[in-house]
Design a protein around this ligand. Structure first.
Ligand SMILES: *[C@@H]1O[C@H](CO)[C@@H](O)[C@H](O)[C@H]1NC(C)=O
Ligand SMILES: *[C@@H]1O[C@H](CO)[C@@H](O)[C@H](O)[C@H]1NC(C)=O
Ligand SMILES: *[C@@H]1O[C@H](CO)[C@@H](O)[C@H](O)[C@H]1NC(C)=O
Ligand SMILES: *[C@@H]1O[C@H](CO)[C@@H](O)[C@H](O)[C@H]1NC(C)=O
Ligand SMILES: *[C@@H]1O[C@H](CO)[C@@H](O)[C@H](O)[C@H]1NC(C)=O
Ligand SMILES: *[C@@H]1O[C@H](CO)[C@@H](O)[C@H](O)[C@H]1NC(C)=O
Ligand SMILES: *[C@@H]1O[C@H](CO)[C@@H](O)[C@H](O)[C@H]1NC(C)=O
Length: 365
């Protein structure tokens, strides 16, 4: 049933081209430009594409049922192929390789040791949009999966965070532009210092943080309502610190993307007439910017200005009418437990940055 193709000289072996619609590339099979894999329920497709106005070719995964091409994962994002000579294949060692036939060059491959791989490995595009390389034909052991190496999109059922056993920390990096899926300087990732929380970076500058998990939601994302269209699963144990969202109705397409302007957006498909609708984005306003106000202060959402917490005064004397230098505040007099000092309740705040319950000492407040 397989069409015999010319020798792919790079491997010096016979590679058989995928025919008709399937979700799997088997041993010694390949995908040429124009061929696609389609997941079993038709939600996702994998194949070669050109983004926007670009004529470069990339291997990507997109929504198969959404008419405007919406790419959720890209393999060779920094190594495009010029022309239609790309071949995506499982090589005789069982490795997934993308090569440019016209240049006899491998432009992308997965980084799995040959010990993990077997000659009979096969790769399957799952209905979740995850592309999985199984170690062998029994499909019981996963050697590699695209969900562990995401690009700019968090899909339902994808675990975002740290695998403490393998050290794997999938992070999200935006495209350079609408026409170029190359890696840009905007990165969204989980950090484990203090209590785990996600940070948005531009290069090495922190732009925003989600705040740590508070039992119900990430404390800086009040919109994460448990009654929303998805359930959120947060796991923090010796094996992993991960967050996953699972659609209550799996037929709804919802994705979170770190876009080219460095904004995180939650988009949901509303059908061909209404397109992708934005339900949430972050950072939202200047109060949301990382460390906007400095220590012992908070940002007033009513007038977007900083103010000292009760009992504190501005560090910088110029800040008497609004602390916009970010210098923060200090105590206006030493704590005196017997002189009426006590606790003040603040509602609707993110938990303090780098706050660690394990190292919690009352004197630090
Ligand atoms: C793949 O191709 C190599 C080289 O032609 C061959 O030795 C091997 O048996 C093939 N593997 C499978 C599973 O067909
Ligand atoms: C792509 O290939 C075409 C034709 O071979 C060539 O004219 C063009 O300069 C190439 N573009 C790049 C960016 O290499
Ligand atoms: C690719 O490599 C093979 C063998 O190494 C060689 O015969 C062939 O000419 C090369 N093709 C190109 C386009 O460089
Ligand atoms: C593969 O992993 C090794 C070790 O982690 C690293 O040094 C190497 O650069 C990686 N190669 C690619 C192509 O990612
Ligand atoms: C990124 O998202 C923000 C907020 O949703 C939007 O205003 C902006 O236009 C988006 N940028 C791009 C390049 O799509
Ligand atoms: C902002 O509003 C708060 C009350 O919500 C007020 O205490 C504060 O003085 C205002 N700051 C400025 C700079 O107007
Ligand atoms: C966070 O706290 C840990 C110790 O709890 C410390 O080692 C680390 O440097 C702190 N990080 C930042 C960014 O303050």
């Amino acid at each position: 049933m397989y069409q015999k193709k010319e020798i792919l000289t790079y491997f010096l072996v016979f590679i058989f081209r995928i025919c008709s619609s399937t979700d799997t590339i088997g041993p010694n099979q390949s995908l040429k430009d124009g061929d696609i894999l389609v997941s079993s329920g038709n939600a996702f497709a994998l194949g070669f594409f050109s983004p926007g106005k670009s004529r470069n070719r990339y291997i990507g995964i997109w929504y198969n049922k959404v008419p405007e091409q919406t790419v959720v994962w890209v393999a060779n994002r920094d190594n495009p192929i010029n022309g239609t000579s790309g071949v995506f294949a499982i090589d005789p060692d069982g490795n997934l390789v993308l090569s440019d036939e016209s240049r006899n060059l491998s432009v992308w491959s997965i980084n799995v040791s040959s010990i993990t791989l077997q000659k009979s490995s096969s790769a399957q595009l799952m209905e979740t949009g995850n592309f999985v390389l199984f170690q062998d034909q029994s499909r019981s052991v996963i050697a590699w999966q695209s969900f562990d190496y995401p690009t700019n999109t968090i899909l339902p059922n994808m675990k975002a965070g740290w695998n403490r056993r393998t050290g794997l920390n999938p992070f999200f990096r935006s495209w350079k532009s609408h026409d170029d899926p190359g890696t840009s300087e905007y990165v969204f990732k989980l950090e484990l210092n203090g209590t785990p929380q996600f940070f948005l970076y531009k290069g090495s500058d922190r732009l925003w943080r989600t705040g740590p998990w508070n039992g119900l939601r990430l404390s800086g994302v009040p919109e994460m309502d448990p009654n929303f269209v998805f359930n959120i699963i947060y796991v923090e144990n010796d094996d992993e610190v991960t967050i996953t969202y699972v659609m209550k109705d799996p037929s709804i397409f919802s994705r979170m993307v770190l876009n080219e302007s460095g904004t995180l957006e939650r988009l949901t498909w509303q059908g061909p007439d209404r397109g992708w609708a934005r339900f949430w984005d972050a950072p939202e306003d200047q109060c949301d910017n990382y460390a906007h106000c400095g220590e012992y202060s908070n940002c007033d959402l009513f007038n977007l200005s900083c103010q000292c917490l009760e009992g504190f005064v501005a560090n910088s004397p110029n800040d008497w009418c609004g602390l916009d230098s970010g210098d923060g505040c200090r105590r206006n007099y030493a704590l005196n437990c017997c002189n009426g000092d006590g606790f003040v309740k603040y509602k609707g705040q993110k938990l303090p940055d780098n706050f660690s319950l394990e190292e919690f000492e009352p004197s630090r407040l």
